[in-house]
Structure formats: structure tokens, C-alpha cells
Design a protein around this ligand. Structure first.
Ligand code: XBP
Ligand code: MG
Length: 246
């Protein structure tokens, strides 16, 4: 194999979590509303509003954005008090979401597990690049794969490692460093415009699998947009990937 084709040979798949590995956002939305109720807030995020709010990556950032929308003088609160209150809401939300996932309310999207197994079997590395919290990843993948789920991934980037959220490429750049691979030897999987922009800004080709919250997003620049991964195999990925980097 020539040097240039080796340099572009697909070596790793980097997966977003929410909306890509699983349709999680309905469970996230319910968990946010549960937390608001527990905190005595009269906030209710319905699907239409949550679809808008998903333009803000990161649960804490999303809460702050909404709070400023409904209560402009929230800025008057001192920063520490505001942070503490948002942190408490997000703690309650994450506990509610973890409970929902552990109760089996969320399953992986079609084709995800099979494609991961196929890639691992062919010697590719797997990584995760998400803006969600680490406990959410563990709950989802422990339930879907088992307690040894972590062994399948060479690297994980999440809200705890990459505080600058998508569409900033920070989490994807961290994964390329962790994998010690150039973008041309990797492929990203995303569900949203923010995620596509983050992966693209990191130099990655990105396969998009939209969902009901993101179907209306702009996916210009995606390697491919497919309904889900049920009809996608490694041979197909290698063909699309090599055509992108030709
Ligand atoms: C989607 C997000 C996350 C989730 C909520 O992450 O933006 O904020 O909506 O999870 P992904 P947190 O990059 O996997 O699509 O409340 O833990 O942020
Ligand atoms: Mg996503």
C-alpha cells in the first residue's frame, strides 16, 4: 500500500453520544423538567422549546441560556450564587436522567453496536466525543454493552475533559491527540449541526444520522447524511472515507 494511501487509511471511529449513539434527548428533556419541579421552579421545557434550546450544547449552559431568556435580571445575581443554583439543578437533572437510563428508557440506535463490533474486529480504535456529562455516558453504555463497556474505547472526551462545548472543536481535537492519529485516518459520527461543525473544524469527515430533534438542522459539509447506521458497514465507511480524502 502506497505511503499516501496508508496515511489516509481509516483507523478510528469517533462517536458523539446524545442523538447519535442513542435517541437520548427526550429522556434528557424529561430529566430537566423533573429537576425544575424538584427545585420549585415553574419552568417546563416542551419538545418545541427543547428543540430550540438544543442549539446550546451542554446542560448547564442550556439552563443559564434559558434563565437569561425568562429572567433578564438574573445577571444581577452574583456569579457564584448563579453557578451554585445551576449546578444544583443540573445535579438533580443528571440523577433523574441516570435513573431513566438505568430503568431501560433509552436504547442504542439501530446499527450502532454492530458497527462498533465490526470496527473493533477489524482492528480499528473507537473513541467518544460528547458534550454530555461522564455519568450519562457510563449509564447509557453500561446498560447497552455491560459493565466492561469502557474496554471498547481507546479514549473518551466529555463535559469533564472539554469544557468548551460544541460547535467548538475542543473535544474532537482532544480525541485526535489521545488516539495519536491525524483527522484523515479517523471518521466522526454526529446528529446535530453543532456536532458537525465541531468535528469539521477539527478536520474530520463526519457521517450524520439526524433524529427528530435535529432533522431540520443544516448538515452542509457532512461526509454523508443517513437515517441511521442500520445499512452502514465498514466496507461502505472505508469507501466514503477514502473518497472524501482523495
Ligand atoms: C448533547 C448535549 C448535552 C445533552 C445533555 O451532547 O448537548 O448537553 O443534551 O447532557 P452530545 P448534559 O455532544 O453527546 O450530542 O446535561 O450532561 O449536558
Ligand atoms: Mg449529539
Amino acid at each position: 500500500m502506497s505511503q499516501s494511501s496508508t496515511a489516509k487509511r481509516l483507523q478510528a471511529l469517533i462517536f458523539d453520544v446524545d442523538g447519535t449513539l442513542a435517541d437520548t434527548e427526550r429522556a434528557h428533556m424529561a430529566a430537566f423538567n423533573h429537576a425544575f419541579k424538584e427545585m420549585g421552579l415553574d419552568w417546563v421545557w416542551d419538545e418545541a422549546l427543547y428543540t430550540e434550546l438544543l442549539n446550546i450544547s451542554g446542560g448547564k449552559e442550556r439552563i443559564l441560556h434559558y434563565w437569561k431568556q425568562v429572567n433578564p435580571d438574573v445577571k444581577a445575581l452574583n456569579a457564584q450564587a448563579l453557578n451554585d443554583r445551576i449546578g444544583r439543578i443540573h445535579e438533580l437533572k443528571t440523577a433523574a436522567y441516570e435513573h431513566a437510563v438505568n430503568s431501560g428508557e433509552v436504547s442504542l440506535r439501530p446499527g450502532v453496536l454492530r458497527l462498533m463490533d465490526e470496527a473493533l474486529g477489524a482492528g480499528l480504535q473507537l473513541a467518544i466525543a460528547t458534550t454530555t456529562s461522564p455519568v450519562n455516558i457510563a449509564a447509557l453504555l453500561r446498560h447497552a454493552i455491560g459493565s466492561d463497556w469502557r474496554m471498547n474505547f481507546s479514549a473518551i472526551g466529555d463535559a469533564s475533559t472539554a469544557p468548551i462545548k460544541k460547535p467548538h472543536p475542543q473535544v474532537y481535537l482532544q480525541m485526535l491527540t489521545a488516539l495519536q492519529l491525524p483527522p484523515a485516518q479517523c471518521l466522526a459520527f454526529e446528529d446535530s449541526n453543532n456536532g458537525l461543525r465541531a468535528a469539521t473544524a477539527a478536520g474530520l469527515a463526519t457521517l450524520v444520522t439526524p433524529n427528530s430533534f435535529t432533522a431540520h438542522h443544516d448538515f452542509t459539509g457532512a461526509l454523508k447524511v443517513v437515517p441511521d447506521l442500520s445499512q452502514v458497514n465498514l466496507v461502505q465507511l472505508r469507501q466514503w472515507h477514502s473518497a472524501y480524502f482523495r
